[in-house]
Design a protein around this ligand. Structure first.
Ligand code: GTP
Ligand code: SPV
Ligand code: MN
Length: 596
């Protein structure tokens, strides 16, 4: 036993009695134990070693074909009262849900091993960190959790012997039946149940389930925030680093922005970029009154397709050792990995993500994808060439700016700044983005995704906006400035206009200059915009005209975005009834007046 904590022991006993595993293994976090599990997963065919010379410590895994992304329609928030889950979450009463789920877990691990994984979200020793315990029947889950979180005995030390403040996570792969797949959260019970999946955000319960859905609820009650945000630092030539948090929906560029390579014009002056986090930020007011951020995770669960030496060399280097690849394609000749956008040479002797041997170039030429669009790498943060020296700092880092953004072909300009925190909260609340392969369902449909939290807010989104407003009151004039960006505007042929990736730093530099009060702005109906000449385009194959175009605000399409039936802002707000903070309504009316 790794702990004397009676609350943990009692809960694990209960899970064992329910699932009836043949064996129980506590994950202590030792390299010997992990190595034995890797070998066991290879011996059963669950995982595979990749080329150990080219990719030391790297492994490969393929999920079931019906199990490749988060399942939002099968994800539930089970608060006692329906209105506490709100109109954007699926809800069942805890009683009804337990009544359905409990029998599904009876004896579900018979003949199998139950792994008990203690883990800390956040650096060990940080007041901002929290502990979870996940029980699972999957070695793949254990090995991923080991990369993504701080597992083992150290997590129990963080919890202590008396505390009951740990999140209970029960996961069973069961039959992987997608009709019986459930990802269920009980915020009031501090617990999560996941069944019939073996994929990413559905089963690595520390990630979206705990660090966002449960944690957002805890944050509301305890006065802090859990957000779907990357955290990056920009160090100037004088050696001072400023930190930015950015919330973009799934597969909309967080990992890429967090690891960006500064363009030549900044690199030669000595600017550097440091990655603190690529997906989740926990934010708290510090003793100095400012907002401080930690990344609760310890690794990156990143989208593979599109990652290459040009778009994101730091991510690619991060995956060169100790990484698990899921649903990418195999190059059978070299026993290495491949995905769309890695290079222009799909392997001839390839295995596509579902497991069929194919001729890569022919297969791709026929319009097929070798890697699943949501195929991922699970890589340790410490591998990242630009991992921040503050990564493990228990205090976190102070936040200068918060940036919202989505994938919008039109409407949203390259960048704008909110007038103040309240308006910034409004800007976050009206975010919209095209859907991506990160969740099951249609891709490319514009939907409202407030603060990139639509699938991740563990309580009523109206109360969540109120919590944002309350945090702003507390932070007062020390609050970070709030911005909105859009890297994804397209021209009439559907091509991205803005080069994106590393060049996004040009926009971040204006953002930081605004925070320091050293850049001008133009007031528009939607917020402050840069003067076009204040976006540095030196070294870019882009004209000032294009920047003007990227910054243009079409009042009619903004009005349309407000009033559109079904998916407009007004229709969206109407769903919240009396839970919509009066301030949000006021902000919307003010925007309409400015646009008129
Ligand atoms: P999750 O892990 O699902 O939360 O995704 P994420 O927000 O970290 O997205 P990621 O950085 O993995 O990017 C997803 C996709 O967007 C990849 O295919 C990238 O190539 C693409 N992408 C990222 N940044 C940019 C950009 O600045 N411009 C363009 N055009 N595409 C980008
Ligand atoms: C996301 O979808 O936002 C992810 C991947 O980061 S998952 O862990 O599957 O949620
Ligand atoms: Mn994410």
């Amino acid at each position: 036993m790794l702990t004397n904590n009676k609350n943990v022991l009692a809960w694990v006993d209960e899970m064992v009695a329910l699932c009836k595993p043949a064996k129980v293994v506590w994950i202590d976090g030792s390299e010997e134990q992990l190595q034995a599990l890797r070998d066991e997963a290879v011996s059963t065919g669950e995982m595979m070693w990749l080329n150990q010379e080219k990719l030391p410590g790297c492994m490969y895994h393929r999920t079931a074909v019906n199990d490749v992304a988060r399942v939002e329609d099968r994800t539930f928030i089970c608060s006692t009262k329906k209105e506490d889950a709100g109109p954007t979450n699926n809800w069942r009463s805890p009683q009804e849900m337990h009544g359905m789920l409990t029998p599904m877990y009876y004896g579900v691990m018979e003949g199998k091993t139950m792994y008990v994984i203690p883990y800390s979200m956040g650096p060990i020793g940080s007041k901002m960190s929290k502990v979870g315990v996940e029980v699972t029947d999957s070695i793949y889950v254990v090995l991923n959790m080991d990369i993504m979180t701080r597992v083992g005995k150290r997590a129990f030390e963080q919890l202590g012997d008396e505390s009951n403040d740990f999140v209970r996570g029960l996961h069973a792969k069961a039959d992987l039946d997608d009709q019986k797949r459930y990802i269920v959260h009980f915020p009031e019970e501090n617990s999560i149940c996941s069944i019939n999946s073996g994929y990413g955000g559905n089963v690595l319960l520390g990630k979206k389930c705990f660090a966002l859905r449960i944690a957002s609820y805890q944050g509301k009650n305890e006065g802090w925030m859990a957000e779907h945000m990357l955290i990056l630092g920009i160090e100037n030539p004088q050696g001072e680093t400023k930190y930015i948090c950015a919330a973009f929906p799934s597969a909309c560029g967080k990992t890429n922005l967090a690891m960006l390579i500064p363009p030549e014009i900044y690199a030669k002056q000595g600017y550097k970029v440091w990655t603190v986090g690529d997906d989740i930020a926990w934010l708290r007011q510090g003793d100095d009154g400012r907002l401080w951020a930690i990344n609760p995770e310890n690794g990156f669960f990143g989208v593979a397709p599109g990652t290459n030496l040009k778009s994101n060399p730091n991510a690619l280097h991060t995956t060169e050792k100790g990484t698990i690849f899921t649903n990418v394609a195999l190059n059978n000749e070299t026993n290495t990995v491949w995905w769309e956008g890695l290079d222009k040479n799909p392997p001839v002797d390839a295995t596509e993500w579902k497991g069929a041997k194919v001729n890569g170039p022919e297969y791709v030429a026929a319009g097929n994808k070798l890697a699943h669009p949501n195929s991922r790498f699970t890589a340790p943060a410490k591998n990242c060439p630009c991992v921040s020296p503050e990564f493990d700092n228990p205090q976190g880092v102070p936040v200068s700016a918060i940036v919202f953004g989505g994938r919008r072909a039109k409407t949203a300009p390259l960048v704008y700044q909110s007038f103040d925190w309240k308006h910034g909260t409004f800007v976050g609340s009206i975010m919209a983005s095209e859907t991506t392969a990160a969740a099951a369902g249609a891709v490319g449909v514009v939907r409202r995704d407030p603060m990139a939290m639509l699938p991740f807010c563990g309580y009523n989104m109206g109360d969540y906006w109120q919590h944002w407003l309350d945090m702003g009151e507390k932070l007062g004039d020390k609050a970070p400035k709030i911005f909105h960006v859009n890297w994804f505007r397209t021209d009439s042929e559907g091509h991205f206009i803005w080069p994106g990736f590393g060049d996004n730093m040009r926009v971040l530099m204006w953002i930081l200059a605004r925070c320091e009060g050293t850049a001008d702005a133009v007031e528009t109906p939607i917020g402050y915009e840069p003067k076009p000449e204040d976006i540095n385009i030196e070294g870019l194959d882009i004209s000032l005209e294009t920047i003007k175009d990227l910054l243009s605000v079409d009042k009619e399409s903004w009005m349309e975005d407000i009033t559109r039936e079904g998916t407009g802002i007004e229709a969206f707000y109407a769903k919240f009834g009396s839970k919509l903070p009066a301030e949000m309504r006021k902000q919307l009316e003010a925007l309409k007046a400015r646009l008129a």
